[in-house]
Design a protein around this ligand. Structure first.
Ligand SMILES: C[S@@+](CC[C@H](N)C(=O)[O-])C[C@H]1O[C@@H](n2cnc3c(N)ncnc32)[C@H](O)[C@@H]1O
Length: 309
């Protein structure tokens, strides 16, 4: 991983001067039709994410995740950002009782396709995080991983990202996750690493090259942090047999302290960092629901206040 690149230089905020436009100061940020016009003709966002996963994780991550979950005597798991099935499919194969949800119909469609290929059966449905409480069962663990949380409102295409809404939407999302946990259960949630934040606001990451579907593929990310607007943009560039594909992922730039406070405010009793081998890009937190707990959340604006101090 290669970090660096003029740390205080904000002139790169719109990578390569392309289709990202910010309208208003703290107001709504519109992403003009994704950079990915070229990409979208050839592959969907779920397919792109599946290719990206091959650069981010290997067997070592699954092994350490399985060991962690077994160590905590976890049996039932809700992967509430299951995407196209990583790591839920591997966890199912390892013997856990899996249930999967995701807010994106396109991701779930690809997930179902992958289940068929694997001849596996995992109950699943489309569900936005704040609605998780409508599920008719509870779990020992909820997974919200793969840097999903910061995309609470901004994963699918045709997005309007409104950073001002993030903390209230994020809190409702965490409440949904909390509500489906058994007492004694845990939430696994991750966020861009402190290392990334410290190395910003502009970073280049070379994720290397490998054979993907028989084609030599190179992947690089150009990441920008705009702390005034609270926006993180990952400009992804892939070279496949010398043809270039581009895509921008745009999300809220969430501070670690904010995540920790929100977790406490929705009722989690204990929040601790977790290090797993094979997870190199994101920092993981484990939030535990110890016993019957009464949620008395403060206003999200209080979260902002506390973080500022
Ligand atoms: C970066 S992908 C990660 C997918 C998967 N966890 C993995 O590690 O490959 C983020 C996922 O979060 C899901 N997501 C984002 N906001 C959501 C929301 N509000 N409710 C449910 N799912 C959401 C997206 O649809 C997407 O599948």
């Amino acid at each position: 991983m290669r970090f660096g690149h003029s740390p205080n230089d904000l002139t790169h905020i719109a990578p390569y001067g392309r289709n990202i436009s910010y309208t208003g100061t703290l107001g709504e940020i519109m992403l003009k039709p994704f950079l990915a016009n070229k990409v979208m003709k050839k592959e969907s966002l779920p397919q792109l994410w599946e290719i990206t996963l091959q650069f981010l994780y290997d067997k070592q991550y699954i092994e350490s995740l399985v060991a962690f979950l077994r160590g905590r005597q976890i049996q039932s798991i809700l992967d509430c950002a299951c995407g196209t099935g990583f790591p839920a499919i591997e966890l199912k194969k390892a013997g856990f009782d899996l249930y999967c949800t995701d807010g994106s119909e396109a991701m779930i469609r690809q997930f179902r396709h992958n289940l068929e290929k694997e001849k596996l059966d995992i109950p699943n449905q489309v569900s936005d995080w704040p609605n998780l409480g409508k599920l008719d069962r509870k779990f020992d663990a909820v997974l919200c991983r793969g840097n999903s949380f910061i995309y609470v409102d901004s994963w699918d295409e045709g997005i309007k990202l409104n950073p001002q809404n993030f903390l209230s939407r994020g809190r409702a999302a965490l409440q949904g996750m909390y509500s489906v946990l058994n007492e004694g259960g845990l939430l696994y949630i991750d966020i861009p690493s402190k290392k990334e934040y410290e190395s910003g606001p502009v970073l280049d990451e070379n994720l290397g090259k490998r054979l993907v579907n028989g084609q030599m593929t190179k992947l690089a990310w150009h990441v920008t942090h705009d702390w005034d607007k609270r926006v993180r943009v990952v400009h992804s560039e892939r070279l496949v047999d010398n043809e270039k594909f581009e895509h921008d992922y745009c999300s809220f730039l969430l501070k670690h302290e904010e995540l920790q406070l929100l977790l406490k405010q929705v009722g989690f009793d204990k929040v601790s960092p977790l290090i797993l081998e094979g997870e190199n890009g994101y920092d993981i937190y484990v939030a535990e629901r110890l016993g019957s707990s009464i949620t008395s959340p403060n206003s999200v604006y209080e979260v902002q206040e506390k973080v500022r101090k």
